[in-house]
Design a protein around this ligand. Structure first.
Ligand code: NCN
Ligand code: DMD
Length: 348
């Protein structure tokens, strides 16, 4: 599958930088908000960007490996939390309401029948992946269907006028899947040895973490480390992760700003990035998760997240919390006076 992503044209960068530098502040004094404003201007190819209908999409999926004991919580929490999202009671509901963000939940492969529900997109590939400790998590057909469905979901958001999408996920056991993807796509030689990128997830104790690492080692030893990102995705991915990768690529095709959440969302970006690196200039990294492998992923992508709040919840909560910073970057670019317009003296 080919994606039609063009990296932002850099021609406007000089004018954008000049506009930022002429604002009434010491040069560079708005710190990280300055490159963020520049990035958004480049993504939208304008000196006056606008954030329209910002939206969080939470992709949910079950993992066959969850039954083997890779998580501190039972697999049923995945569908129960989807019900909680639909009822408006989860952290991501609270933060989305607070920030005025739209919220949609996608059933990418949850082991539960939700029926037709407001706020839920039924994109179920299957009721959970196979257990990758014993066999490939999904078939090539399922992987391709998930990528394509994700792409369509992003395109539909763009068609509805949204130009900024935040990614979230829900899936008991999905930190294990994200660890395997990170190990395979980044490589032990670049700091992503399995031990380093496998963490406590929802809160495993020491014995649980030892068990999780042993299971994931077993999963890796079952096959040669696949070289191709699509093969890696089918071997060790989750349906929510595959669908997020497709949606990120689809969002970049439509020149949307993409807000990246934590460890699992970034594992989907590793897949998307390996498929087409042009996705990267569209991405804003919201925060650094407490899950230790997140740092390795971010280093690999040369990404510096906006915040470090020790979050490890997922759901897109980090993306939602970073939203006011994204808004602030756009607001200062559009609304702040320049030295010239305000009659303020520049450096002598
Ligand atoms: O976003 C993160 O960095 C993050 C880190 C740890 C856990 N999570 C969430 O916790 C779930 C996965 O944890 P686990 O232990 O079941 O693999 C899944 O629903 C994620 O949304 C999310
Ligand atoms: C309660 C709970 C809520 C979550 N939200 C995202 N992952 C989660 C995992 C658990 C266990």
């Amino acid at each position: 599958m080919d994606y039609a992503i063009t990296p932002p044209d850099q021609t406007i960068a000089t004018e954008l930088r000049h506009k930022i530098d002429r604002k009434t502040k010491p040069l560079g004094a708005l710190g990280r908000l300055e490159p963020l404003a520049l990035q958004i201007g480049l993504v939208q190819q304008t000196l006056t960007p606008e954030l329209r209908q910002p939206h969080i999409v939470v992709f949910a999926g079950d993992h066959g490996a969850a039954r083997a004991g890779v998580s501190a919580y039972p697999q049923d929490v995945t569908w129960q939390m989807v019900e909680n999202f639909l009822a408006g009671g989860a952290a991501i509901n609270v933060f989305s309401r607070q920030m005025g963000l739209g919220l949609t939940v996608v059933d990418a492969g949850v082991n539960h029948d939700f029926g037709k529900r407001t706020g839920l997109i039924d994109a179920k590939i299957a009721p959970g992946t196979a257990n990758y400790i014993e066999e490939a998590a999904m078939s090539a057909e399922q992987r391709d269907a998930a990528l394509q469905r994700g792409r369509e979901i992003a395109h539909a958001l763009a068609d509805n006028g949204c130009n900024c999408v935040g990614f979230g996920e829900m899936g008991i056991g999905n930190t294990a899947s994200a660890s395997l993807l990170t190990h395979c796509l980044v490589g032990a030689e670049r700091g992503a040895d399995l031990y380093t990128v496998t963490g406590r997830g929802t809160g495993l104790d020491d014995a649980g973490l030892i068990h999780k690492r042993a299971l994931l080692k077993q999963a890796l030893e079952r096959s040669d480390r696949p070289a191709d990102p699509l093969a890696v995705l089918a071997e060790y991915g989750g349906f929510e992760i595959a669908m997020m990768a497709g949606a990120m690529l689809g969002a970049a095709e439509r020149r949307m700003l993409v807000l990246i959440d934590g460890f699992i969302v970034t594992s989907a970006l590793l897949v998307a990035h390996a498929i087409d690196p042009n996705v990267l200039p569209y991405c804003v990294f919201a925060h650094r998760s407490q899950e230790p492998g997140h740092r390795v992923q971010l280093d690999h992508l040369l990404a510096e997240p906006l915040m470090s709040l020790d979050l490890r919840l997922g759901e897109g909560t980090g993306a939602a919390l970073a939203w006011p910073l994204v808004q602030a970057a756009v607001s200062f670019l559009n609304e702040m006076a320049s030295f010239e317009s305000a009659g303020v003296s520049d450096q002598g």
